[in-house]
Write a protein that binds this ligand. Structure first.
Ligand SMILES: Cc1cc2nc3c(=O)[nH]c(=O)nc-3n(C[C@H](O)[C@H](O)[C@H](O)COP(=O)(O)O)c2cc1C
Length: 392
């Protein structure tokens, strides 16, 4: 924005928005594959969703820029359709005392699993290198989580030809993202599996709890006049229909794709997803609030875990890896949204087509509910005589 005034900047953005049709306007099917960092995201899954007319994201979180480059290249060999990449906005480092105290509590579990805990280091997830990679080899959409990029970064992505989507969990975050120049908002309800996308992970806000998706869509729509992508707890065509009716341009599904054969979901994780234990929010695995299926580790350590991301992510990585290798679900972060038990084991393209058909049927059914057949209650009320005239 540097040399432009705020007004000039806003006018420029308005003119740009008139010039460009957004990707969401062109999607054949308004279903978005969420970025699924930490294993489930694969080029095959991303390509399958985009090839089926939906929109596939590739997760960049936890990957070095060089690994992301390889995955991008592979994805491009599997699809010529538009794809997106999701980046984590770096945070700030946590107080070492809190991390050390938590590490001491985990020592017994590490001994029992026969592993050393990881080095609880802070890092920025290779932020600058990933930005450069995506500027040099642009994708249709770059989405962000855990914060909002600076307007300058958004402008650079626009210049490179990419749209920018920002994930929000509250109306004030939506306002910030719109002001920074985002093209669309991914509106994440509290039902969502995986990490809360909040700009700041504040334990003091835990008592308030997150806002559910339908409430949040209405609140964000009142603040933001740009396209919304609804996410959190959407597992059926009926729920896709519901968010479209509530004004979303598309639905972004994460957990629903975890059991697809193209996903890199570990066997022990797939098994847990086929069951129906409750989910809960926890910082125990990564130091950032996330929703997962309750298990031994989550129940034992959630109360003690400090907000310390990514330090705890690195600290617990060997334990989680040991759990996956030994088939012990009690040690693994089983990220899942509140509706995970409705998931199916279907190829991703087939899942997209089935969900789209279900959504069409649900919207038609809902439409019919609003135009009752002749002789219905509406007719009877009407036939009782003309409506009373209001006093003039
Ligand atoms: C295993 C897993 C990994 C996730 N990784 C990311 C990620 O890398 N970036 C991101 O923005 N959201 C991530 N999410 C959250 C999703 O974007 C989305 O908000 C969530 O999946 C929606 O709820 P649902 O799982 O009930 O569909 C992840 C979710 C899961 C379940």
């Amino acid at each position: 924005m540097s040399s432009l005034t705020l007004r000039e900047h806003l006018v420029e953005r308005w003119v740009t928005s008139l010039r460009h049709e957004l990707l969401l306007d062109r999607l054949a099917v308004p279903i978005v594959l969420a970025p699924l960092a930490g294993g489930p995201s694969t080029p095959e899954l991303t390509a399958a969703v985009s090839n089926a007319g939906g929109f596939g994201f590739l997760a960049a979180g936890y990957l070095a820029a060089s690994a992301l480059a390889e995955r991008l290249e592979r994805t491009r060999t599997l699809t010529g359709a538009p794809i997106g990449v999701n980046l984590f906005i770096p945070g700030t480092s946590a107080p070492p005392q809190a991390v050390d105290a938590y590490a001491a509590r985990l020592a017994d579990d590490a001994r029992q699993a026969g592993v050393e805990l990881g080095a609880a280091r802070f890092d920025d997830d290779d932020w600058a290198a990933k930005l450069e990679l995506l500027m040099a080899t642009p994708v249709a959409v770059v989405s962000f989580v855990f914060g909002c990029p600076e307007p300058e970064v958004i402008d650079r992505f626009h210049d490179a030809g990419s749209e920018v989507w920002v994930t929000v969990t509250r109306p004030d975050e939506a306002r910030r993202a719109v002001d920074a120049g985002a093209d669309a908002l991914v509106v994440q309800g509290a039902e969502a599996g995986g990490h809360r996308a909040s700009f700041r992970d504040d334990p003091a806000a835990d008592v308030i709890g997150g806002i559910g998706l339908l409430s949040l869509l209405q609140l964000v729509r009142a603040e933001a006049d740009i396209p919304l992508v609804a996410t959190g707890g959407i597992a059926t065509g009926a729920a896709i229909a519901a968010v479209l009716a509530a004004g979303a341009a598309a639905a972004q599904l994460g957990t629903a794709f975890l059991r697809c054969p193209e996903a890199g979901t570990a066997a022990v994780y797939r098994q847990a997803l086929a069951d129906n234990a409750p989910t809960a929010m926890t910082r125990a695995f990564t130091g950032r609030l996330a929703r997962g299926i309750r298990n031994r580790f989550l129940d034992r350590y959630s109360a003690a875990a400090p907000a310390a991301y990514p330090e705890l992510h690195h600290l617990t990585a060997p334990l989680r890896q040991a759990g996956r290798a030994a088939g012990d679900p009690g040690l693994v972060n089983l990220w899942a949204g509140q509706t995970y038990e409705l998931g199916h084991q279907l190829p991703a393209g087939q899942l997209v087509r089935t969900l789209a058909e279900e959504a069409r049927a649900a919207l038609q059914h809902a439409g019919e509910r609003l135009s009752p057949p002749a002789g219905g209650l509406g007719e009877e009320v009407g036939s009782a005589g003309p409506a009373p005239r209001s006093p003039s």
